[in-house]
Ligand binder design. Structure first.
Ligand code: AMP
Length: 411
């Protein structure tokens, strides 16, 4: 499925390609045609599925410019509002829509001024929107498309009375879209009361086929991580390798180090421009760079198939990030390998991760690699066993020796 077959016009398609998306995600494939037709849509989808673009793209296509506020997105938190407004702004470079994002906790006057200058799209948290309306700073009587994003969270956070008041300010007939990660009875009630014969589109959260991913730990001291990575890559067991670092700075530095050692790589992170990110992704997809170095934030937007290896050059901060990172491999029925470098200071995170996995991850040494002495707390049994260079054989937590290990389940 390509974006071209979904019914989006040329300007929107330009927006899509400038954002670096090559193929639509499942929620986009399903939702965009219905929204373009003017149908009310309920989207059951979590963050990370591409749901924002699933409503922003068709919404902008249907929204005229220079004729007052015609599209309104209501969302529970300032972070979400900002995220959505960024997507709207990126696409609007091609369509000419003017938008404003409004939320509380900051001065209201700049938002009033922006609204006075004229906007086509408003992205709002409920309370501030009502405040602006009561000051007559915004006219919602011409809204044609309303999006309620993360409806379940809005209910949880007690915003429903505000949302109902906002609904009362809209014209009798508008196209209403509702997105929610879950479909509780409360959300269903909202759907019934606000949407007109909606089509429901649903995607399950990205599957995390953990048991199809071979997970291994490589204890290594901080300063040898790059050398170990280069040696692992030299085994040429990988096709596409996604490497995660903790910071943008480390992503850039590692990518440069790899290049110097003859490994074609690119880095992708939040400080890169859309164009740079797009070029890096294209090079990775096309196989011109065998390694893509990324940070967690942008990794959520990377949609590349056939990643054979995920390497945690640095351990992630949370177990959720770990699961998310390693879920980038083993897509579409394939198996995959996840390798985590473990320095002494990362042991606490590992303990958290293993708690969530309900499994211990097997430790392994790379045969023939000249390990520097690894300084790890003596209290940690697992790493203690892997300290030193006396044996090149793989080791496991329980001291077993043997081939490549999977995460074994704790009993
Ligand atoms: P969302 O679920 O809207 O929060 O989107 C999650 C991430 O996916 C964001 O970083 C988007 O930039 C990215 N994304 C959305 N649609 C696509 C697509 N078709 N291809 C690649 N990445 C996408």
């Amino acid at each position: 499925m390509s974006f071209h077959t979904l019914g989006l016009g040329p300007r929107l398609l330009n927006g899509v390609s400038s954002m670096g998306y090559s193929d639509p995600t499942p929620i986009q494939t399903e939702a965009i045609p219905h929204i373009l037709e003017g149908t009310d849509v309920v989207g059951v989808a979590q963050t990370g599925t591409g749901k924002t673009a699933a409503f922003v793209l068709p919404m902008l296509q249907r929204t005229p410019t220079r004729s007052g506020v015609r599209a309104l997105v209501v969302t529970p938190t300032r972070e979400l509002a900002l995220q959505i407004s960024e997507v709207v702004r990126d696409v609007s470079r091609h369509t000419g829509h003017r938008s404003v994002v409004v939320y509380g906790g900051v001065g209201i006057q700049p938002q009033v001024d922006k609204l006075r200058r004229g906007v086509d799209v408003v992205i709002a948290c409920p309370g501030r929107l009502l405040d602006l309306h009561s000051r007559r700073a915004v006219d919602l009587s011409k809204v044609e498309t309303l999006v309620l994003d993360e409806a379940d969270r809005m209910l949880d956070m007690g915003f429903w009375p505000d949302v109902r008041r906002i609904l009362g300010l809209l014209p009798e007939k508008s196209q209403n879209l509702l997105f929610s990660a879950t479909m509780s009875r409360e959300v269903l009630k909202v759907v019934e009361s606000t949407l007109n014969e909606p089509v429901q589109v649903e995607v399950s959260p990205p599957a995390t086929p953990i048991d199809r991913i071979e997970q291994t730990l490589y204890p290594v001291c901080r300063t040898q991580k790059t050398d170990l990575l280069v040696r692992l890559l030299a085994r040429r067991e990988h096709t596409r390798t996604l490497v995660f670092t903790r910071t943008k700075h480390r992503a850039d530095r590692l990518s440069r180090q790899l290049e110097r050692k003859g490994v074609a790589s690119a880095a992708i992170h939040g400080d890169r421009t859309q164009g740079q990110r797009q070029r890096a992704l294209e090079a990775f997809r096309a196989g011109r760079s065998e390694v893509l170095v990324a940070t967690d934030v942008v990794a959520r937007g990377i949609d590349v198939d056939r990643i054979s290896h995920v390497i945690n050059y640095d351990m992630p901060n949370t177990p959720e990030d770990y699961v998310h990172r390693i879920g980038r491999t083993a897509r579409a029925g394939a198996s995959g390998t996840a390798i985590s470098f473990l320095a002494a200071e990362e042991i606490a995170t590992l303990t958290e991760i293993e708690k969530v996995l309900g499994a211990t991850i097997v430790c392994q040494d790379l045969e023939g690699f000249r390990y520097a002495p690894r300084t790890v707390p003596a209290s940690d049994r697992r790493v203690q066993k892997a300290v030193g260079t006396s044996s090149p054989k793989p080791r496991t937590r329980s001291g077993r020796r043997g081939g490549k290990g999977r995460a074994g389940h704790r009993n």
